[in-house]
Design a protein around this ligand. Structure first.
Ligand code: ADP
Length: 502
């Protein structure tokens, strides 16, 4: 077990676990203190012990970062695509060679089990690899002109400075996924990571520095929650910022959407989900159980693509719920993520913990049946919630309508395909949905009818650098990953070459 006390303080020199821990903002290639002189403590959600101190920046610091980023834009944008790719490959190498350090930092500040933190680092590396290659493939077009006196050409040009606001649940991957695409496209970045998990972003900045990116191309400004709004506002209001990419709650996404109206900014919003996980009668139940274990309980359910509602056909409901309850009881071990036996960490903070507890209490008070778990962990101190399975869910319960973001799995019984699809679509969210079926025609039919940006068919974990990640409805717009991931970071410019007659 780690002794976190050893690592507290501003700079744990010699701390073997956190070699990449940085306690300053990274602006213009330098490590600088917040202009206010204020700092805030970052704690480990397992035991609330201080991991380190970060800068409590204000809009003034964000504006400095925007200015230096803006100053570096033309130089970075003009660098040949191949060279941008080479820089991203250097960063990829460093991320790979520091994967253990990065994973430990993720586990310490976000609480997820170390194996999941390692998987997050590898997932991040996947985006760096993809966009290091993709930099060379951001193609324009040559169009067929309407007559022989002109040539029509379409250019793809980087939009400029982009602001990133990222969440705590995948503190490295959510930033890398944005930054890799933006840098490949020729944009420069100012990132404001979540207050719970600023160190993963600063560790990435330390590797960006080592990789030799030009000063100002990638900047990180940290702050406590109290400055999140003002810094967000500064990024949205600045005419020097061409676009914002945000991953987080739908509520904050809507604020940013409004704030970006004044400067008519490009915006990518990856917001909350309300994923259904549908089990049809022909499903392979063992695989469906394993799928839901990953989709629901990874990161203790704290993921926007996590299964939020499991819909089970009445013909297999009893069998499936008993198989799932057994899997939950026998496979899930809660505790400190640094313990290799543990695969369920704590909830990130008190607010999240109270929200999850409130959702379960509300459901039980309105008649939900506890199939497994059902409350605060009986033996572990801190914000550990028992992995929980509930049935007899009704529409009047909070759990029916809200994104849970915790290890709570509600089961609903359905009777027909139409009913299942209607329930799945009866939400303003549309990020991911999953279903299990071995009926060939049904697979295609349901995949088409589900209203979400992503669909997993006989798969519970579907995200990959090669594929476009993003939602519809109030889950946002814009795509991250795949060749589509650069779209948010490029303008389409049409150039007409005239007077070409001989
Ligand atoms: P979560 O519930 O997952 O914390 P949030 O949307 O509240 O989701 O937070 C996601 C990110 O947005 C975090 O970095 C948070 O600090 C930041 N944030 C919160 N409120 C605002 C705001 N008004 N403007 C800009 N960023 C914000």
């Amino acid at each position: 077990m780690l002794n976190f006390a050893r690592c507290s303080g501003s700079r744990p020199v010699g701390c073997r676990y956190f070699s990449l821990l940085r306690d300053k903002n990274f602006i213009g290639g330098e490590w600088v203190a917040a202009s206010s002189g204020k700092t805030f403590q970052v704690t480990n959600p397992v035991n609330d012990k201080v991991i380190g101190i970060a800068q409590d920046s204000t809009p003034e610091d964000a504006e400095k970062a925007i200015k230096v980023a803006s100053g570096s834009f033309n130089m970075w944008a003009d660098l040949p695509a191949k060279e941008k790719g080479i820089k991203l490959k250097s960063l990829l190498k460093l991320v790979n060679s520091h994967s253990d350090d990065l994973a430990k930092l993720i586990t310490a500040e976000c609480g997820k089990p170390l194996a999941e933190a390692k998987a997050e680092v590898m997932y991040s590396a996947g985006y760096l690899e993809w966009y290091a290659e993709e930099a060379k493939r951001i193609y324009g077009e040559v169009l067929a002109p309407p007559n022989n006196t002109r040539e029509l050409v379409v250019l793809k040009e980087p939009i400029g400075v982009v602001g990133f606001i990222t969440p705590w649940n995948f503190p490295l991957a959510m930033l890398v996924r944005k930054a890799a695409a933006a840098l490949a496209a020729g944009c420069v970045c100012v990132a404001r990571p979540a207050e719970d998990t600023p160190f993963s972003a600063l560790a990435l900045a330390a590797l960006v520095e080592k990789a030799g990116f030009p000063a100002g191309t990638f900047n990180v400004v940290t702050s406590s929650r109290s400055q999140a709004g003002p810094i967000g506002q500064a990024l949205c209001a600045s005419p020097q910022v061409a676009g914002i990419s945000f991953t987080g709650s739908t509520a904050v996404g809507k604020i940013l959407y409004q704030q970006c109206a004044n400067t008519v900014k490009r915006l990518g919003l990856e917001l909350g989900g309300n994923a259904s996980y549908i089990i049809f009668p022909t499903a392979d139940l063992s695989r469906a159980v394993q799928g839901v274990m990953g989709s629901k309980f990874r990161n203790a359910g704290q993921a926007c693509v996590a299964t939020n509602r499991v819909l089970v056909h009445e013909s297999v409901f009893d069998k499936f719920s008993s198989m799932l309850a057994t899997a939950v009881k026998t496979q899930l071990v809660s505790g400190d993520g640094f313990d290799p036996a543990v695969n369920q960490g704590p909830l990130i903070n008190e607010q999240q913990f109270q929200k999850v507890d409130g959702i379960v209490k509300d459901a039980v008070s309105k008649g939900a049946r506890v199939v497994s778990g059902g409350g605060i962990h009986p033996t572990l101190k801190g914000r550990f919630y028992q992995p929980t399975v509930l049935s007899n869910i009704t529409e009047d319960m909070k759990i029916y309508n809200e994104e849970i973001f915790g290890p709570i799995c509600p089961l609903y019984k359905f009777y027909s395909e139409d009913e299942a699809v209607t329930i799945a679509n009866s939400t303003r969210r549309g990020l991911a949905n999953y279903f299990y079926s071995n009926d060939y025609a049904q697979v295609w039919r349901v995949a088409k009818r589900l209203e979400s940006g992503m669909v997993g068919v006989n798969e519970g974990l579907i995200s990959a650098a090669e594929a476009p990640f993003g939602g519809v409805k109030e889950s946002g717009f814009g795509r991250e990953g795949s060749r589509h991931g650069v779209d948010d970071y490029v303008h389409t410019k049409y150039v007409c070459f005239g007077g070409l007659q001989n």
